[in-house]
Design a protein around this ligand. Structure first.
Ligand code: NAD
Ligand code: ZN
Length: 378
């Protein structure tokens, strides 16, 4: 079958790889109808990880079940499913607590499993025609038959639950004012989720015009950080000492503010942006410390957090990978009921063969490439 294969930094091919097969009785094989490119894939794409040549990318997958292992009880052949990006067992302590991103079975230190992701287990990615899904009873989220809402459902694999998770980590409640740093697909889903939860005002900070326009389209207020300190712009807008909740959907790859050389550290900007006793949710990725990393401080996981101000303001913070499965059923039901349409963020649907070009354009934040869906067999 064809799959998107990592060859080296900025170098992907669409090549023939072995078809996946059932390896455990609890596996299913899914024919992939839609699989998305994610900002998280760029960490590997740009060569900032240990990803090896030959890795098949793709953790945002949906499709139709093609083959079913003997031990699978609730998933049937022909069923349309979306696959939350965390590969998880469903029965360990963390999974039972809803923390499938920290599954202890698939990746024993609790770092969690994922399809097609370096350091997250041996699971092949789904930017391919077929995908093996382990612990299928747990990892398949059933969808209504047919082809309706394909784009919306595809986003249940990662960015919609991740955006929603950010609002949970931050503790967003009805009436809250919220600042979201980053208007990439994840930040836009966080802003959208905050609005779904009844936030009174949501500010979205970025500098990319078409991303800020999308934020505005869903009812968030765009803040262009090249026009001045975003914390000040937001305080001025709310006429208060900051917003109730802040979300980091950027991570260690933040770019420098206009006229400055040092990249911004979004966590510190959030400490400035959120009012005393408010709270922060962090889904933007920060790399674990790796003293051997040849790159800059951010790439080594070393950044100076203004913990004094964080303490003085009595702030709280939640972090980590999203437990996509924990929200996928409820968010699916909102889509089915017509109460959520996350596909506003989708800008392109392309055949698998165009993946290398799409990665290059998405990596440059090119206009029209905010969220790319690939359709291997769709
Ligand atoms: P993305 O790179 O498309 O979006 C990041 C956005 O941040 C860009 O639009 C960029 O212009 C903007 N930005 C850069 N510097 C900024 C600054 N100083 N202030 C405000 N905005 C700034 O990526 P994405 O797909 O939206 O993902 C965002 C982050 O979320 C990535 O780090 C990704 O790895 C992470 N992620 C985490 C999870 C999770 O489970 N926690 C899941 C998916 C993605
Ligand atoms: Zn993703």
């Amino acid at each position: 079958m064809k799959a998107v294969v990592y060859q080296g930094p900025y170098d992907l091919s669409v090549s023939d790889v072995d078809d996946p097969r059932l390896e455990q009785p609890t596996d299913v094989i899914v024919r992939i109808t839609t699989t998305a490119i994610c900002g998280s894939d760029l960490h590997m794409y740009e060569g900032r990880t240990d990803a090896e040549a030959g890795t098949v990318f793709g953790h945002e997958n949906m499709g139709v079940v093609e083959e079913v292992g003997d031990g699978v009880t609730s998933v049937r052949r022909g069923q349309r499913v979306v696959l939350p990006f965390n590969v998880a067992c469903g029965f360990c302590t963390n999974c039972r607590a809803g923390k499938s991103a920290f599954c202890l079975t698939v990746n024993p230190p609790g770092a969690g499993g994922a399809y097609g992701y370096v350091g997250m287990g041996p699971y092949r990615g789904g930017q391919a025609e077929y995908l093996r899904v382990p612990f299928a009873d747990f990892n398949c989220v059933p969808l209504p038959e047919g082809s309706e809402h394909e784009d919306d459902f595809a986003l249940l694999a990662d960015i919609f639950p991740t955006g929603y998770h950010a609002t949970e980590l931050a503790g967003v409640r009805p009436g809250d004012t919220v600042a979201v740093y980053g208007a990439g697909p994840v930040g836009l889903m966080a802003a959208y989720s905050a609005l779904l939860k009844g936030a009174s005002r949501v500010f979205t900070v970025d500098k990319v015009a078409d991303r800020l326009q999308l934020a505005e389209r869903i009812g968030a207020e765009p803040i262009d950080f090249t026009r001045g300190d975003p914390a000040e712009q937001i305080s001025d807008a709310v006429r208060a000492d900051g917003v109730d909740r802040g979300i980091d959907a950027v991570g260690y790859q933040a770019t420098a503010p206009e006229g400055e050389e040092q990249p911004a550290f979004v966590l510190n900007q959030l400490v400035d942006t959120v009012r005393p006793t408010g709270s922060l949710g962090v889904v933007g990725l920060y790399l674990p410390s790796d003293p051997g990393a040849p790159d800059d401080n951010a790439a080594q996981g070393i950044l100076l957090f203004q913990v004094g101000k964080f303490f003085e303001k009595g702030l709280r913070m939640g972090t980590g990978q999203a437990d996509a499965k924990a929200y996928a059923h409820e968010l699916r039901d909102l889509i089915v009921a017509g109460r959520a349409e996350p596909s506003f963020v989708v800008s392109k649907q392309l055949p698998l063969a165009e993946a290398p070009d799409a990665y290059a354009r998405f990596d440059k934040r090119e206009e029209g490439y905010s969220k790319v869906l690939l359709q291997p067999t769709g």
